[in-house]
Design a protein around this ligand. Structure first.
Ligand SMILES: C[S@@+](CC[C@H](N)C(=O)[O-])C[C@H]1O[C@@H](n2cnc3c(N)ncnc32)[C@H](O)[C@@H]1O
Length: 280
């Protein structure tokens, strides 16, 4: 069998061009998973020889990546806000844009030293909620999801990062099972308009119920905002990830429920409207 070196694979990034915006990085992450090493090791050892099992794993993985399958479903993990999360096809792959929500949430949480009750509605892999609890020792979290399989992954991620004693996982729609008293409600709910889904590559791989936001994309966001007066404590805050074109509509929904609240829109690194903050 022909000898394959780490560097040979890394030089071949063009085989993923067209399918990935970051083909070089994807190959580094894949090699790290296949060799059981850190990405830094992969970069520092282009001369390392892959063994037969590693070459076979690569040969099995590359056609799947070329077909558009998310890398995180192949490696079973994804880094988010500096923490590694277990990922399966039952959950949305955490996106870098969602780190904006976590950044704003942590900035707000750090202004308070008292215990705070937080919620993560539609927790998926748990990337938002688990990260908040990991970084904010004063937080007690309720994480919900409609999907039992997603909740299992989220629970394992809480265990992995040793925060499960401060997280309750509840299967159900939004925060319907709860009354008042959340200091912070976070949510990255499905927000893609139903009719757009068929056109999008993500819908071939990631769970429909993580993507489908109903006719106008706002079905779940609207419902959560309608429930907000019941859910939020008097000085409470809500942080909602949105699709770039939804800022005006979601701000309007928020202002209807809370005429005197401060509603702000934040942009992601690409300059797109990505986050709505409702400060009661
Ligand atoms: C866009 S994904 C986000 C997952 C994760 N929070 C993240 O940021 O990566 C939306 C999640 O909401 C869940 N979901 C969809 N409808 C829901 C509902 N009515 N109530 C609770 N969770 C819901 C989906 O199963 C999915 O895990």
């Amino acid at each position: 069998m022909e000898v394959v070196h780490v560097g040979d694979v890394l030089r071949n990034a063009q085989i993923l061009a067209g399918e990935s915006d970051t083909p070089g990085l994807d190959l580094q992450v894949l090699l790290a998973a296949v060799t059981g090493r850190e990405r830094a090791w992969v970069l520092a050892h282009p001369e390392a020889e892959l063994n037969m099992r590693q070459v076979q794993q690569l040969e099995a993985a590359l056609p799947r990546l070329q077909a558009g399958e998310p890398l995180a479903y192949l490696t079973g993990q994804r880094e988010f806000f500096g923490l590694v999360f277990e990922i399966s096809p039952a959950v949305l792959v955490p996106r870098p844009e969602t780190e904006l929500l976590v950044e704003q949430a942590l900035a707000w949480l750090r202004q308070h030293s008292r215990p705070l009750r937080c919620a993560d509605a539609g927790t998926g892999s748990g990337c938002i909620g688990v990260t908040l609890v990991f970084h904010a020792p004063n937080v007690i979290l309720t994480a919900t999801d409609i999907s039992r399989d997603a909740l299992q992954i989220a629970r394992r991620n809480a265990r992995r990062h040793q925060v499960e004693s401060r997280v309750s996982f509840v299967q159900g729609s939004l925060l319907q099972a709860f009354g008042d008293g959340f200091d912070l409600v976070c949510a990255n709910l499905p927000y893609i308009p139903h009719a757009d889904l068929a056109e999008l590559k993500v819908s071939c791989w990631e769970p429909q119920q993580a993507l489908d936001g109903g006719a106008d994309g706002l079905a779940w966001l609207r419902k959560l905002i309608e429930d907000a007066p019941r859910l939020l404590a008097p000085q409470g805050m809500m942080l909602l990830e949105i699709e770039a074109r939804q800022a005006a509509a979601v701000s309007c929904l928020a202002q209807e429920q809370f005429p005197s609240a401060t509603v702000r829109v934040f942009q992601d690194l690409a300059g797109h409207d990505r986050l709505i903050q409702i400060q009661r």
